[in-house]
Design a protein around this ligand. Structure first.
Ligand code: HEC
Ligand SMILES: [Cu+2]
Length: 437
C-alpha cells in the first residue's frame, strides 16, 4: 500500500505537472495571440473538439462514478459475481456507433480545415523600390530553409531571380534543391519579415535533417524535410512580432533553433526590402582596397589600417568569407551555398537589421529602456567570434555551425566594428518586442 505521505506527494506532483503547463505568459501558444486567419482557423477547429472531448469525459467519468456508487458490494462473499454483460449486442452496437459518429464528425471538420490551410489565395502586391529604380508586382513568397540549428529565409523578388528559382524547383532532382538554391534577392536568418494583411506563401525545405517550422500566432507546424519541398503559408492581420521554434527534434541545439516573424505595414515592408536589397557599402578609406579585392588583386592596393571598420573588412575577407556572404564584398566569388565549408552559414549583408543572432537565440542589441536608441550587444557578439560554442552548442567539427577561429582580441574588435556597419539597426520597438529572457 502507498503510505499517506507518498500519496500526498504524488498528488502534489501531479498538480504541479498540470499547473506547469499553464504559464499565462507563454510565448508559444496555439490558443492565444492569434494574429492571422490560418491560426484562427486552427483555433476554431479545436473548440468543438474540446467540447466533444469534454462531453465524452463527463459521460465516462460520470458513468464510472455512478456505477461505483450504485453497484458497490458492501460485503463480498465468495462467488458473489455481478451480472455478466459480455456479448450484449445492444451495448456493443451503441459503444461502437457513438465513437464512430464522433470520429466521422471530427474527420469531416479536419477536411474543411485542411482544405483551408492548403488553399492558395495569394495576391500580388506592387512594390515601389525607388533605389532599385523599379516598381514591380510581387506575389509574397518566402523560401524557408531549415539548418542545424537556425532558419534561413530567402526572398526571390526580381523576375529573373524568380524564374531561376522556379526552374530549379521544376528540375528533375528536387532532392538536391536545398543544397543548390539559386541566388536570391534577400537572405535573412532567424527573422522572416512579411507584409501585413497578405497571404505569404512559404516553400519549406531542409539542408540536413528534419526540422519543423512553427510560428503559432500565424499558422500551424510544417515539416522541413531533406530532399522534399513543402508548401505552406502564413498571414498576419496586424503589424507585430511573433515568435516561433523548431518543433521537430533535430539534434544538439534543437531547442536553440528559434525564429521570429515581423509583420509590417506595406510602407515599412517596402522600406525593409529596399534596405535589404542594397549591397553593403565599404567603410570610409577601404573603397579602393575593396574594389581591388573584388577584381581579384588586392595586393596592388595598400591595405587600409586607419579605422577599425576598415581593418575589420580586411579581417572579414581573411577569416569569414569561406562560409559567410556579404553582398558587395564576396558575392562575386561566392558560388552558392554548396561551396560553404560548414554546409551553410547566415548571410551577413544586413546583420544589424536583425534583433537577434545565432538562431534567434542571442539579442543583438542590449536591453533597452523605453525611449532609448538600440545599443549593440557588443559583449555577446565578441564572445561569439571568440568561441561560438560558449553561447550555443554546435557541431562545428562535423560541419554544422561556426568553429572557434582562434582570433586575437584586436582582430575581434575590428571585426565587430566592421559587422556593426552591415545594415540599418531595427527600430527601438522591434528591439523591445524581441527582448525576452
Ligand atoms: C566554417 C564556417 C564559418 C566560418 C569560417 C565563420 N562562420 Fe560565422 N557562422 C557559421 C554558421 C554555420 C553560423 C550559424 C550558427 C548558428 O546559428 O548556430 C554562423 C553564424 C554567425 C553569426 C550570426 C549570424 C546570424 O544571423 O545568426 C555571425 C555574426 C558570424 N557567424 C560571424 C562570423 C565572422 C565575423 C566570421 C569570421 C571571423 C565567421 N562568422 C566565420 C559558420 C562560419
Ligand atoms: Cu530544427
Amino acid at each position: 500500500m502507498m503510505g499517506n505521505r507518498m500519496k500526498k506527494f504524488s498528488l502534489g506532483a501531479a498538480v504541479m505537472a498540470v499547473l506547469a503547463s499553464c504559464a499565462g505568459d507563454a510565448e508559444l501558444d496555439t490558443l492565444n495571440d492569434l494574429a492571422g486567419p490560418e491560426a484562427r482557423n486552427i483555433d476554431s477547429f479545436m473548440d468543438p473538439i474540446w467540447y466533444i472531448a469534454l462531453a465524452v469525459m463527463i459521460l465516462i467519468f460520470g458513468l464510472t462514478a455512478a456505477i461505483v456508487v450504485k453497484f458497490r458490494v458492501k460485503e463480498y462473499e465468495d462467488g458473489d459475481w455481478p451480472e455478466q454483460v459480455h456479448g450484449n449486442t445492444k451495448l456493443e452496437i451503441v459503444w461502437t456507433a457513438i465513437p464512430t459518429v464522433l470520429m466521422i464528425a471530427i474527420a469531416g471538420l479536419s477536411m474543411f480545415l485542411l482544405r483551408d490551410l492548403f488553399s492558395e489565395e495569394v495576391n500580388a502586391v506592387t512594390l515601389d523600390l525607388p533605389n532599385e529604380g523599379v516598381s514591380l508586382e510581387w506575389e509574397p513568397h518566402v523560401v524557408v530553409v531549415g539548418q542545424q540549428w537556425w532558419w534561413e529565409y530567402r526572398y526571390y523578388i526580381e523576375p529573373d531571380k524568380i524564374a531561376a528559382f522556379e526552374a530549379a524547383v521544376a528540375a528533375d532532382d528536387v532532392t538536391q534543391l536545398a543544397l543548390n538554391l539559386p541566388e536570391a534577392d534577400i537572405v535573412t536568418s532567424g527573422q522572416i519579415v512579411i507584409p501585413v494583411d497578405q497571404e505569404v506563401e512559404l516553400t519549406i525545405m531542409s539542408r540536413d535533417v528534419i526540422h519543423s517550422h512553427w510560428i503559432p500566432s500565424l499558422n500551424g507546424k510544417r515539416d522541413a524535410a531533406p530532399g522534399r519541398v513543402h508548401e505552406w503559408k502564413m498571414e498576419s492581420s496586424f503589424p507585430g512580432i511573433f515568435f516561433g521554434q523548431c518543433t521537430e527534434f533535430c539534434g544538439l541545439s534543437h531547442s536553440r533553433m528559434r525564429m521570429q516573424a515581423h509583420a509590417m505595414t506595406e510602407t515599412d515592408f517596402e522600406a525593409w526590402l529596399e534596405e535589404q536589397m542594397t549591397p553593403a557599402t565599404p567603410p570610409a578609406g577601404a573603397e579602393a582596397w575593396l574594389e581591388a579585392y573584388r577584381a581579384g588583386d588586392s595586393s596592388t592596393v595598400e591595405t587600409p589600417t586607419d579605422s577599425a571598420e576598415a581593418r575589420g573588412l580586411v579581417a572579414f575577407t581573411q577569416n569569414c568569407t569561406s562560409c559567410h556572404l556579404v553582398n558587395g564584398v564576396n558575392d562575386l566569388e561566392y558560388e552558392g551555398a554548396e561551396a560553404l565549408v560548414a554546409g551553410a552559414a547566415p548571410d551577413l549583408t544586413h546583420l544589424m537589421s536583425r534583433t537577434t543572432f545565432a538562431g534567434g537565440l542571442i539579442p543583438l542589441y542590449e536591453d533597452l529602456a523605453e525611449g532609448n536608441e538600440p545599443q549593440l550587444n557588443r559583449n555577446d557578439l565578441e564572445a561569439w567570434l571568440r568561441n561560438p560554442a560558449d553561447l550555443k552548442a554546435n557541431y562545428a567539427d562535423g560541419g554544422r555551425g561556426m568553429p572557434a577561429l582562434g582570433l586575437d582580441d584586436d582582430t575581434i574588435d575590428d571585426l565587430v566594428a566592421y559587422l556593426s556597419t552591415l545594415g540599418t539597426p531595427p527600430s527601438a520597438d522591434a528591439v523591445l518586442a524581441t527582448q525576452v529572457d
